[in-house]
Design a protein around this ligand. Structure first.
Ligand code: NAD
Length: 419
């Protein structure tokens, strides 16, 4: 099945979703043709000397999909099988994500085809600095601002910021976001994606009048996004009953002992084998009888072959493109409420925007102020998407895309075509 899923082009899927939204808003053909393609695609091949003296050549990408509403913005992914096709799809997604929450950015994405866990810290630093140098022609505070994504960390962002700064001869802190607070990062950025997911999940449960006394949650992925989502949903009073990662998943209907689970993961490197819960397969985790399912790992996890078995009342799509278009149709039929990725995981880019603004002003805000502003932006976007969904009689994803596509189209049309 994996082969079948991978054979589908991620970019074609992204274009398909765009086409549906363009139909809903009645987009003119000219504008549609422009927005269907990325503005710039850069592929780089570069050498890195490993600790043992051997030289390895890596392939990296940076794609800018659109910059009509502001500088390009989007994460960097370090992942072994990364392809240009995936990066193009994710860059397009970033354009819609920034537009749907109303922040003044276009969309971009980048990364390197590498397994970061297979490298030493020194090798990772060399790879990052060389990759940053290769894409330096595109990035910068006014042009394109990278951030962390799958497989990259605040440390990686600090190396990129330092590399750009060395080239410039002065500190350019606004050149990336998701940096450590010590070098111009923002309070609240580390957990911003999880916090946004939490705010939206709570808002959706309120809207759905979910009667469960304590809503239950299953989270796929226990990394940067998954782990903070687990913590924050638990703090909000929800019961976390299942958590999974790339090596397995665990389930306890009474609720997981999260502190013990963290300890276990620290020693074993995975949640699998946690004694105070039942081991379930990665696939089973998605099909558990829970109120909320949060896929927070990789793309194409809920597809036409398992969508009909999903029991959750609400899916908060934390990972980009975790639900395929075919699965969307099946989930809609079942009446499952899906908070789509471009809205669900936008907390990260919203606080990245706050970080960039703070860096440009060299004036930093308290975490409480950040969280309050995040709550405002994301709740406003939730209700705007909801209204669009009701007015246009479309599902939430199509509504989110329609809203975003209309905003980007407005900017593109009013700017006109150069020359
Ligand atoms: P991460 O690398 O920190 O964590 C990924 C987690 O997913 C790990 O626990 C890993 O074991 C697990 N995983 C990987 N493959 C899996 C599989 N096949 N089945 C089950 N689990 C698997 O990555 P992250 O930063 O948490 O990103 C997760 C998702 O959230 C990605 O889709 C990313 O694009 C999206 N996202 C991240 C951010 C951010 O700020 N980091 C922001 C928005 C969206």
């Amino acid at each position: 099945m994996a082969v079948e899923l991978q054979s589908k082009s991620a970019f074609e899927t992204a274009q398909k979703r765009f086409d549906s939204a363009a139909d809903v808003v009645g987009l003119a053909d000219d504008t549609r043709r422009v927005l269907r393609e990325p503005k710039r695609e850069l592929t780089v091949h570069f050498p890195v000397r490993h600790d043992d003296g051997s030289v390895h050549v890596y392939t990296g990408y940076r794609v800018q999909h659109n910059i009509s509403r502001g500088p390009a913005k989007g994460g960097l992914r370090y992942s072994r099988g990364l392809t240009l096709d995936t990066v193009k799809a994710l860059a397009m997604l970033m354009t819609w994500k920034c537009a749907v929450v109303g922040i003044p950015y276009g969309g971009a994405k980048g990364g390197v085809a590498v397994d970061p866990n297979a490298l030493s810290t020194a090798e990772l630093e060399h790879l990052t600095r060389r990759y940053a140098t290769e894409i330096a022609v595109l990035i910068g505070p006014e042009k394109d601002i990278p951030a962390p994504d799958l497989g990259t960390t605040p440390q990686v962002m600090a190396w990129i910021m330092d590399t750009i700064s060395m080239h410039s001869g002065h500190s350019v802190t606004a050149s990336v976001t998701g940096k450590p607070v010590d070098v111009g990062g923002s309070e609240g950025r580390l957990e911003a994606s999880g916090r946004g997911i939490t705010y939206l999940t709570l808002e959706a449960l309120k809207y759905l009048h979910v009667e469960d006394e304590t809503p239950t949650v299953a989270v796929q992925g226990f990394g940067h996004v998954g782990a903070s989502t687990v913590r924050l949903l638990h703090e909000a009073g929800l019961r976390i009953v299942a958590v999974g990662d790339s090596r397995g998943a665990v389930y306890n209907p009474k609720g997981l002992d999260l502190q013990a689970l963290h300890e276990h993961r620290r020693f074993r490197g995975t949640v699998a084998g946690f004694k105070k819960a039942e081991d379930v397969s990665r696939a089973e985790l998605l099909e558990l009888p829970v109120t909320v399912l949060v896929p927070a790992a990789v793309e194409q996890q809920i597809h036409e072959h398992n969508a009909s078995r999903i029991q959750a009342r609400l899916i908060t799509e934390a990972a980009n493109a975790a639900v395929t278009p075919e699965a969307d149709a099946l989930l809609n039929e079942k009446g499952i409420f899906v908070l789509p990725d471009i809205l669900a995981n936008s907390g990260g880019v919203v606080v990245s925007y706050f970080e960039w603004v703070q860096d440009l002003q060299a004036f930093f805000w308290e975490e409480e102020e950040i969280n309050t502003k995040l709550h405002h932006v994301i709740t406003r976007a939730f209700y705007e998407v909801l209204h669009t969904s009701v007015n246009k009689r479309v599902d939430l994803r199509t509504a989110a895309y329609a809203l975003a596509v209309q905003r980007v189209a407005n900017a593109s049309v009013v700017r006109g075509i150069y020359p």
